[in-house]
Design a protein around this ligand. Sequence first.
Ligand code: ADP
Ligand code: ZN
Length: 651
Amino acid sequence: MTVTEGETSEALTTLHRVFGYEAFRGEQEAIVEHVVAGGDAVVLMPTGGGKSLCYQIPALIRPGTGVVVSPLIALMQDQVDALRALGVRAGFVNSTQDFDERRVVEAEFLAGELDLLYLAPERLRLDSTLDLLSRGKISVFAIDEAHCVSQWGHDFRPDYLALSLLGERWPDVPRIALTATATDATHQEITQRLGMPRARHFVASFDRPNIQYRIVPKSDAKKQLLAFLREEHPGDAGIVYCLSRNSVEKTAEFLTHNGVEAVPYHAGLDAGTRAAHQSRFLREDGLVVVATIAFGMGIDKPDVRFVAHLDLPKSVEGYYQETGRAGRDGLPSTAWMAYGLNDVVQQRKLIQTGDGDEGFRRRAAGHLDAMLALCETASCRRGQLLAYFGQDPQAAGCGNCDTCLSPPETWDGTVAAQKLLSTVVRLQRERGQKFGAGQIIDILLGKRTARVIQFDHDQLSVFGIGEDLTEGEWRGVVRQLLAQGLLAVEGEYGTLVLTDASGSVLRREREVPLRKEPKRPAAARGGGSSSAGRPKAKAAVAELPEELLPAFEALRAWRAEQAREQGVPAYVIFHDATLREIVSVWPTSVDQLGTVGGVGEKKLATYGEGVLAVLRSLNGGAGDTPPEEARPEPEDAWPGPDTEPEPDDWI
Ligand code: ADP
Ligand code: ZN
């Protein structure tokens, strides 16, 4: 079906009027047109890419209600609140509601009074839900987080398998499946399992230029994290991921004890606590959530300034989804990870001793190898990520990852690798023993520890042959050999053993280039002295001229008050990006305020006068213009959320 001009402009008009945005981003327009015209679509777009508009606008334009299937029950209330704040008639039906609440929404749906209806996938298993849907008029089905249908992905939800029935039961209603998981395998599985053979496929660029990727060698992860937060993200909201519940609890305590407000989130906490912590994260400025991967999917808080990993994620897909939760507003953000030898040993061990058949193990090992390759790369991290997702990296590097900012040195580790591998061989051949990395490094360093003496390891010919490197450097060697498959771990104790490839090193048939262990992790923003002394929300205001900061803070305070009164997260009122543009433009009329990105019809009507009053009060009521020195030159004005920031501005 072709799209007429009238429909195109209706999409654009809706974008201006309801959402207050100037233009579509990337593929949004093509997707919206396609779905408005009744076509099916499979959309792959990174987190923060703007997936929601792709189904919200068709739902507003096509007759009937758009039904959104989403696993994120805990977020539905917020999603609906945010839409209502835009004047969109939205509702949800899920298990958190009582009978009466549900009946009200159902009645609205049947009366054609809803633009959007959010549903959890498990509800579509109920005949009563299917019955309800068939009695109303549906404009479009949106299947959000569509990778949940993929069994081998990282987030499988059995209820998603039933969603293929939507196409069978409602063949005339267009369906749009959306995900931020982009590997080819997942992509194929989504298309096949949801039964969407005729869908058009839209694959956006997965680059997130405003996120700075950094991976540092782990020494004392909690302390490293604290230093990172203090130096670069004081007062900022962020997420810290750990693998175990125990380390989640400990890290949250540690941060709180050290003056960084942090709350834990994991599946072992009761539902009430989890909901309360999530809600605080969404509503408060600058709270840190320490979580297992149970937290974060679908969180659309735009101003998450950092995502930190204290443990190695299990796959690049998972890592990219998690880090993608930073900086949805397009402002500078950091993806930071501490990674060390134990991570590799632990995860290899887990795969070997864990449940699952051979195929599952192979796949898990493949995921881990890709993750390790990312950690150990000496070239651009972003390039490696994009290549992993089958997209073209920039040849020259991105200029906004640790390896681009301070390229790691490499050294010829062939001899070191030979020393280490021969130690492993000798223990096994001469003594029939296998040991973990700690003992082997002690032998290389010639340390007479109790354990070395106990096993007579100081009698080995390799004892002390590695004194030219430090312990940290040896750990780096072991880690990198494990990552390169030149060494393996075995069994419950994670003992080191040779691999098929080790022989070629021992026989001097191949060289082993290694990354040097950085003495100090690369710093991101060179200290950023201009905003020192302002602990709150440092990164978000980094590019605003100093004179405009009081106005920005005043608007934030006004926004916090509105949010509190209405019981919604602050970003539901206006995003930081919108407040920044407001102070840069300094509108003096409601009409002028309406030109600011993110200020649509409804928000203008609701908040327009309030915002103008705040600006007027800042001039001491003297007039409608900002103080002369406060008006930025045009080139100082913030470029808008989808313009790539000039790296020099903030590094
Ligand atoms: P996703 O679901 O893909 O992670 P969202 O739909 O939540 O992303 O959009 C991310 C952010 O970008 C939101 O804050 C949204 O309001 C904003 N956004 C989306 N499309 C546009 C656009 N065309 N112009 C300006 N901002 C946009
Ligand atoms: Zn780079």
